[in-house]
Design a protein around this ligand. Structure first.
Ligand SMILES: Cc1cc2nc3c(=O)[nH]c(=O)nc-3n(C[C@H](O)[C@H](O)[C@H](O)COP(=O)(O)OP(=O)(O)OC[C@H]3O[C@@H](n4cnc5c(N)ncnc54)[C@H](O)[C@@H]3O)c2cc1C
Length: 305
């Protein structure tokens, strides 16, 4: 059965937007297609008059650091390309670690960071790390170019701020880790079966210049609620505290009081997922502190190519 009638491959954002306008809600943006084609096959969307493939638009496929220690990652950059980036591995390690565990090699080779965010699931792996990195999304929405904080992109499970029959995510921008800063990501999955994480956790820390205390921490643990989010109360507990295991255990106690992961027949029981909050927070905080102190970060847990 035909799932779409026309397939366009524009080479500029203007062309992509003009095509979306031309089809008036009857065409959808596609990137790697790893979510969309599955959903079209399963009948979650009507047959599309057209698919607008955004993976040939240079602004969506570029990945470049600038002189202000910021990096731009185009929405059409694939998980595999992110994994291969030396600058991301060293200075945004959590993003490499999260994109490195998405699906298998076939999915990572075509699946994109923009598709991960546009799909708006509460536990997209790339998304979880973009939240800890405090990224901003560059989008065209209602014909206007806008820059929005990453957390504003999510309206509910599977519900994005943007409408991909009309709007396009162009890319993401965030600060690379500098001195005394580092990140880490870990995820717990079922060993086999459905590709749903039990829990994922991305951590970003900045230590003080003496490297003895936490100056800032950003924690993204997912899925806990209907949208991706930060564990702000847990972050607050760490700020100004010695960067020690005792402070990390105190933060974990707070997390266990505040965060209430629910039981999901596809993921695990709420009680088990709560125990995993402790495991993942401990591992990612200890790893991020070690990386911040040494200034060295080698991504862990990357899937085989
Ligand atoms: C077998 C399998 C395993 C998977 N495992 C994981 C996993 O471990 N972790 C994980 O997080 N995900 C996983 N996924 C989900 C999926 O691969 C990722 O979410 C991927 O990043 C989606 O990107 P894509 O380019 O394929 O998106 P597409 O399927 O092309 O698009 C997804 C949605 O986003 C919209 N869209 C895409 N790009 C844009 C854009 N630039 N602007 C506007 N709208 C856009 C599309 O219209 C569509 O609604 C898995 C999928 C499969 C099939």
């Amino acid at each position: 059965m035909k799932l779409w009638n026309h397939y366009h491959t524009p080479h500029s954002i203007d062309q992509a937007i003009a095509l979306l306008n031309q089809y008036q809600g009857k065409a959808k943006v596609v990137a790697g297609g790893t979510d969309l084609i599955v959903e079209l096959r399963e009948g979650h969307h009507p047959i599309q008059e057209a698919l607008i493939d955004v993976t040939q638009i240079p602004e969506l496929t570029s990945l470049a650091a600038d002189d202000n220690n910021e990096i731009y990652v185009g929405a059409g950059v694939t998980h595999s390309q992110i994994v291969k980036s030396a600058v991301l591995a060293a200075r945004a390690t959590c993003l490499v670690e999260s994109c490195g565990v998405v699906g298998g090699p076939q999915v990572r080779n075509v699946g994109t960071l923009g598709g991960n965010v546009a799909h708006a699931l509460p536990a997209g792996d790339g998304t979880t790390s973009l939240v800890a990195l405090d990224a901003k999304a560059e989008i065209i929405m209602n014909g206007q170019r806008r820059v929005v904080p990453i957390l504003e992109m999510f309206r509910g499970p599977g519900q994005s701020l943007i409408d991909s029959t009309r709007d396009v995510i162009i890319g993401f921008r965030f600060a690379l880790c500098g001195d005394n800063e580092a990140t880490a990501f870990k995820r717990i999955m079922r060993p086999q079966g459905v590709a749903l994480p039990i829990l994922g956790c991305a951590t970003w820390v900045r230590l003080n210049p003496a490297q003895t205390h936490f100056e800032v921490a950003r924690l993204s643990i997912a899925p806990i609620g209907p949208t991706p989010g930060r564990a702000a109360e847990v972050e607050a507990v760490l700020i100004g505290q010695p960067a020690t295991d005792a402070a990390i255990e105190h933060a974990i106690e707070t997390a266990l009081q505040i965060l209430k992961p629910r039981t999901s027949k596809y993921r695990a029981t709420g009680d088990y997922r709560k125990e995993m909050i402790a495991v993942l927070l401990r591992r990612t905080l200890q790893l991020a502190v070690q990386r911040a102190r040494t200034g060295q970060a080698v991504p862990e847990g990357i899937g085989m190519e």
